[in-house]
Design a protein around this ligand. Structure first.
Ligand SMILES: C[S@@+](CC[C@H](N)C(=O)[O-])C[C@H]1O[C@@H](n2cnc3c(N)ncnc32)[C@H](O)[C@@H]1O
Length: 341
């Protein structure tokens, strides 16, 4: 059965990687059917009747960079005639009320979405269906992207307002220059945690909070006591299951092979918060420590401003993915997804 994931436009690669990693964490088999700008269509092994519904519910709770999940009824070309054909050839028999929304990704289509909604409404009307835009039984959706249209039924939407409410300056303890919650949760998902996630440069706890809110036990470490107290205030505020340590990421008080996943955002080049003899020493040493504490086969997501591939290799990691995020003129984050063989 095909499902379309309507992706956030805020990043090109992270949303795709997040969906795939989440499915792997949930143990759901999938194949990529189409990867279009703003829309990923996957063939899921579990259909709606065969545990698919639970998988969709779990995805809705976890995903950060997806807007909607759609059960695909038909896929076709992007011109008006093709869209209307796809809808009329794949429209199911309707018992209750419906709504239809047409969504265009960027400027791929020149079709007027409101006019298309009216024309599709005309097809539904001829088949005796009743529209209810406020409280429909079924919500149909058409996505127009690249040269295609994807027609289907909405089966899950992600509550994006919760991320807005957790922006760093809304938290009890605020410190500038931290990751936005959506990015933090997407990286947590990409790290594929089962039960325990560790952030050795945890700062105010932004990554730990996002992981804790999806039910992961979190461990954080930092070398500034004031910041650790701030992290404690924030983690208590969100009622997360956590442990915090005052520790040097270059020499961690954790045993070997005990952590499921690491996501971390160490200080960057110009930062006064580097508590080590040099940035390179800190990154190299902490990568070796992360490697030591991680279980074999598990992932670490390590953020840096400069390329650290040589240090990563020296620590023993394989590079799985690289995501680049341009934050502003003088800051580009490199997010390396690593795997301990
Ligand atoms: C970019 S901030 C982390 C931001 C964090 N993601 C947040 O949500 O606030 C980097 C953190 O690394 C800490 N740090 C610097 N050197 C360290 C070291 N050697 N060991 C552990 N933490 C260190 C700093 O105190 C700072 O809080």
């Amino acid at each position: 059965m095909l499902f379309a994931f309507e992706l956030s436009g805020e990043h090109k690669t992270i949303p795709i990687s997040e969906v795939c990693a989440c499915l792997e964490t949930l143990g759901a088999g999938y194949k990529i059917h189409l990867s279009l700008d703003g829309c990923l269509v996957l063939e899921l092994e579990n259909d709606i009747e065969n545990d698919g519904e639970n998988i969709i519910k779990s995805l809705v709770k976890r995903l950060a960079m997806t807007h909607h999940i759609i059960k695909v009824l038909g896929i076709g070309g992007g011109c008006e005639e093709d869209v209307l054909d796809v809808v009329s050839n794949n429209m199911p028999d309707l018992e209750g009320t419906y709504s239809i929304r047409v969504k265009r990704v960027r400027d791929y289509s020149s079709l007027n979405t409101e006019s298309m909604e009216r024309k599709i409404g005309g097809i539904f009307f001829k088949r005796g269906a009743h529209a209810d835009l406020k409280d429909p039984d079924i919500q149909f959706r058409v996505i127009l992207t690249e040269d295609k249209c994807i027609f289907g039924i909405m089966c899950g939407s992600i509550d994006r307002s919760a991320f807005e409410a957790r922006k760093p300056h809304h938290k009890p303890f605020f410190y500038p220059g931290v990751l936005m919650p959506r990015v933090a949760l997407a990286l947590v998902n990409i790290a594929k945690p089962d039960t325990v996630l560790f952030d050795p440069f945890c700062g105010t706890g932004g990554i730990l909070i996002e992981a804790g809110l999806i039910g992961i036990k979190v461990i954080g470490g930092d070398m500034q006591r004031k910041i650790l107290l701030g992290a404690k205030m924030n983690l208590d505020h969100y009622n997360v299951d956590y442990s915090l340590m005052f520790e040097d990421a270059c020499g961690m008080a954790l045993g070997d092979n005990c952590i499921d996943a690491v996501v971390t955002d160490p200080p960057y080049g110009r930062s006064a918060a580097i508590k080590a003899q040099s940035l390179e020493y800190m990154l190299g040493k902490s990568l070796k420590e992360v490697y030591r504490v991680l279980k074999p086969g598990r992932r670490a997501v390590f953020i840096s401003e400069c390329p650290i591939e040589k240090l990563v290799q020296e620590a023993g990691f394989e590079v799985v993915e690289l995501h680049i995020q341009r934050v502003h003129k003088s800051l580009t984050r490199r997010m390396l997804v690593l795997r301990k063989p």
